[in-house]
Design a protein around this ligand. Structure first.
Ligand code: PNS
Length: 162
């Protein structure tokens, strides 16, 4: 069984993430989306909300699962019996950062194989942080995040504004 992990913060999941997830689901028997529980950083959505939104977005992909994790990614991978790590690359800035992380993960666990997937040009400018900025200032987020989470996204932004 080829089990791959696609890790990230997903605050919120974007159409760029979804594209990588869809393409990965065709390549591996099982894809687990690992949502990082980051105790140092308060996000827009809490961890349960992020997992719930992603589950909704991937509900048509039967071999895709969503789980949260804390601590080292390689420990999560071992617990899930996965040795393939999927990372999406949008540009060279991503590459610089991801290359370093891939080497560190390899150093921590030699069995881990990081596979880079190029973001589709249609999505290569999208990031969760830019989506949040657009939302915060009432910009249109259609086409940036999955349709089925737009309402939750806008509600959350409004709540934060108070
Ligand atoms: O979507 P993000 O925030 O860019 O995802 C970053 C993530 C979750 C992939 C990264 O922060 C991570 O792997 N965190 C777990 C901690 C870890 O294992 N660090 C060692 C590798 S440098």
């Amino acid at each position: 069984m080829k089990i791959a992990i696609y890790p990230g913060s997903f605050d919120p999941i974007t159409n760029g993430h979804l594209d990588i997830i869809r393409r990965s689901s065709k390549l591996f028997d099982k894809v687990i989306i690992g949502v990082l529980i980051n105790v140092d950083k308060k996000g827009l959505f809490n961890i349960e909300e992020r997992v719930e939104l992603i589950e909704r977005v991937v509900s048509d992909l039967p071999n895709v699962y969503v789980k949260s994790f804390q601590g080292l990614l390689i420990d999560f991978m071992r617990a899930e019996e996965a040795n393939i790590l999927i990372k999406g690359l949008r540009n060279v800035t991503d590459f610089d950062y991801e290359y370093q992380m891939a080497l560190m993960n390899k150093k921590l666990d030699n069995e881990v194989e990081t596979l880079f997937m190029m973001a589709d040009s249609e999505y290569s400018y999208i990031s969760s942080s830019s989506v949040k900025q657009v939302g915060k200032f009432n910009g249109n987020v259609e086409g940036l995040i999955p349709k089925c989470i737009i309402e939750d996204f806008q509600r959350k932004i409004k709540e934060l504004r108070g």
